[in-house]
Every structure is written in structure tokens, then in C-alpha cells.
Design a protein around this ligand. Structure first.
Ligand code: ADP
Ligand code: F6P
Length: 333
């Protein structure tokens, strides 16, 4: 094997740079040249790339974002675009394409594989942690850390004013960030897509819970962590509704893209470094149409299609802790 390419696609995640670094250093060790395609799938489509050597990846392990930039390239869903990319990859003599991204980016890799004879390998890079086949995804731990430290700060002002706060976290359609951040910041209540019933049921539930908490502890602060995309109108609408129904002053906070930024925490750097190296070794072993992941601390390969066809479940015991064992309404006095 003489040449491979790497790109980052979809929502960027802290640790993507650490992963690019690991790919380049490992490839160098095996005498393989690396090019980095820029702006997600726009790179292979428009032949936008840079050569990547060890000196290019020095001092990037600690940087958030991605030095290759990321993008959502809708045109890549067409057959014509995949054929153009395949021809461009062949023109440069690329034998394997490593795609760091989420499940959408993996669908893109599988789409390309229909038209290209080279190898495609996915590396799970998204803050959402919603990819089947890897216990964690690159960026998840940092996003949770950012959410937790932000919620801690909101708690200070919530305590001062004895207010209710509804805090929206990212996750797209998955509750991994919400669950972890809520438990680690001792939030009083959570709304997760995996457990969501109807808005009416959930509103009733919050009201019961808030009432119970206030009866037991007086007018303390009260924090609800809400995963994005589940409440109609988002946390702003939820705060308005709750203020009116409960008579308690409620404020919305949307954490937003701050969760995607910042220096990756150690766990993300380690995961990114392991998976970057393993992806190059998998390419050398002739693997294709797979994702590299980590399960029970061991690196594994998973058929690419499985990563989006199968749904990854929340940790059931953490769910029990959050929604049962620590639930005010279920604690006997
Ligand atoms: P993520 O990888 O974070 O899940 P997206 O779902 O936005 O992000 O997908 C990232 C990119 O992957 C898209 O903008 C597109 O370029 C490519 N992609 C997604 N789905 C497909 C598909 N079915 N066919 C081809 N390319 C796709
Ligand atoms: O997939 C990562 C993610 O940050 C999701 O959590 C969020 O729903 C989405 O991307 C936001 O996308 P955009 O950057 O296009 O607003």
C-alpha cells in the first residue's frame, strides 16, 4: 500500500485532529503517503486536498475542530458525484479512504464504495455518540464535559434566584449527551428522546416532580436537562409553558455549538489515537466497508452498514439511576 486519504465530514467533534495525527504518524511508520481531503466530501469531489506529513500534524492533538475542515455536501448523495470522486481518488493513486464522521458520513463512504474499487474505512467522530458498534465516539467525552461544566455554572445562578432552568443539550436524535450530563451535574429531571412519551405526559411529569421537590426542599433551584429536537418549540417554549403552569419563574438555556468546541479531554485523545492507528492497520490488512471502533476497551471492526442500521442503546443502568433511583417522586420518606 502506497497512498491513503483521510477526510472529516459532518458535525466536527473534539478529537478529530488527534485522530488525523494518529493516521498520519501510523501511515508514516508503514511507509504510506497520506493526503487530507478538505471540507468533507467536497474534497474528493472537487479534488481539494493537502499532503499530510508528520510536521503537519505536530501540535494538533490538543486542538478542537478539524484542520481538514468539515462540511455537509448534499451533492455527494448523487451517483454522479460518487463517480467523480472515485475517478479523482484513482487519479491520485489513493488505495484507501478513511472517513472520520458520523453515520451520515459512513453512508457517504458506503455510497462511494458502490463506484470505487478502493477501500473505505469509517472512524466514529461525532459528539452525539449515536453510532452502533463503538462504546464511545470521538468527541463525546469532551462534549459531556463542556455540558456538565456549563450546567454547574447555571446551577449557581439558579440557586441564587431559586429558579427553574430548562437546559437544552445537543445529541441530534439521541440522548447520550443528555443522560451523561444530567447525571454528572445532578440535574433534577431529564427529557431524553429514547424515553419521551407525549408532551402532555412529560409536562405532567415535570409538574409532579417539581411540586414534590419543592414540597421537600422548599424553593430551591430546579434544573431540567432536555435533549434538542424533542420539545415542540424547544426549551424556550417549554420554559414559557412551565412558568405559566407552575407559577415558578423558569428560564431556558440552549448550550448549542459550544458543546462541539474546545480542547479534547484525555479520553477523546486516547480513543482518537487508538482508532486512527487501527484504521491504518485495518487498511493494510485489506479491510473495506468497515468502521473501526472500541468495545470493552478493545479495538474492533464493524461492518459499515451495521453502524446505522442497528440502534445503539443508552446504558440501561445509568437510565435506572437517573429516572428511578434518584427520582424525588419515587423516594420514600
Ligand atoms: P454526520 O456524519 O455527522 O452524521 P450528516 O448526516 O450531515 O453528518 O452527513 C455528512 C455528509 O455525509 C453529508 O453532508 C453528505 O456529504 C454525506 N452523506 C450523508 N448521507 C449520505 C448518503 N446517503 N449518500 C451519500 N452521502 C451521504
Ligand atoms: O451531529 C453533531 C451535531 O452537533 C448535533 O448534535 C446537532 O444536532 C447538529 O450536529 C447541529 O448541526 P449544525 O452544525 O449543522 O447546526
Amino acid at each position: 500500500m502506497k497512498k491513503i486519504a483521510v477526510l472529516t465530514s459532518g458535525g466536527d467533534a473534539p478529537g478529530m485532529n488527534a485522530c488525523i495525527r494518529s493516521v498520519v504518524l501510523t501511515a508514516q511508520r508503514y511507509g504510506i503517503d497520506v493526503i487530507g481531503y478538505l471540507h468533507g466530501y467536497n474534497g474528493p469531489l472537487k479534488q481539494e486536498y493537502i499532503d499530510l506529513n508528520a510536521s503537519d500534524v505536530a501540535n494538533i492533538i490538543q486542538r478542537g475542530g478539524t484542520v481538514l475542515h468539515s462540511a455537509r455536501c448534499l451533492e455527494f448523495k448523487t451517483d454522479e458525484a460518487a463517480k467523480t470522486a472515485a475517478a479523482n481518488l484513482d487519479e491520485l493513486g489513493v488505495e484507501a479512504l478513511l472517513v472520520i464522521g458520523g453515520d451520515g458520513s459512513f453512508r457517504g463512504a458506503a455510497h462511494l464504495a458502490n463506484f470505487w474499487s478502493g477501500q473505505v474505512i469509517g472512524l466514529p467522530g461525532t459528539i452525539d455518540n449515536d453510532i452502533y458498534g463503538s462504546d464511545a465516539t470521538i468527541g463525546f467525552y469532551t462534549a459531556v464535559e463542556t455540558a456538565v461544566s456549563s450546567i454547574d455554572k447555571v446551577r449557581d445562578t439558579a440557586d441564587a434566584f431559586e429558579r427553574v432552568f430548562l437546559i437544552e443539550v445537543m445529541g441530534r436524535n439521541a440522548g447520550f449527551i443528555g443522560l451523561a450530563a444530567a447525571v454528572a451535574s445532578s440535574a433534577d429531571h431529564i427529557l431524553l428522546p429514547e424515553l419521551f412519551r407525549t408532551s402532555d405526559d412529560e409536562m405532567q411529569n415535570i409538574m409532579n416532580h417539581l411540586l414534590c421537590a419543592r414540597e421537600r426542599h422548599g424553593n430551591n433551584s430546579y434544573i431540567v436537562v432536555v435533549t434538542e429536537n424533542i420539545w415542540p418549540g424547544g426549551v424556550t417554549a417549554l420554559a414559557d409553558e412551565l412558568s405559566k403552569k407552575s407559577g415558578s419563574e423558569s428560564r431556558p438555556v440552549i448550550l448549542g455549538h459550544v458543546q462541539r468546541g474546545g480542547s479534547p479531554v484525555t479520553q477523546d485523545r486516547l480513543l482518537a489515537t487508538k482508532l486512527g492507528a487501527f484504521a491504518v492497520e485495518a487498511a493494510l490488512a485489506g479491510e473495506t466497508n468497515i468502521m473501526v471502533g472500541e468495545q470493552d476497551m478493545q479495538v474492533v471492526t464493524v461492518p459499515l452498514e451495521k453502524t446505522w442500521k442497528k440502534q445503539k442503546a443508552l446504558d440501561p443502568y445509568l437510565v435506572k439511576v437517573a429516572t428511578d433511583l434518584f427520582d424525588e417522586t419515587k423516594i420514600r420518606t
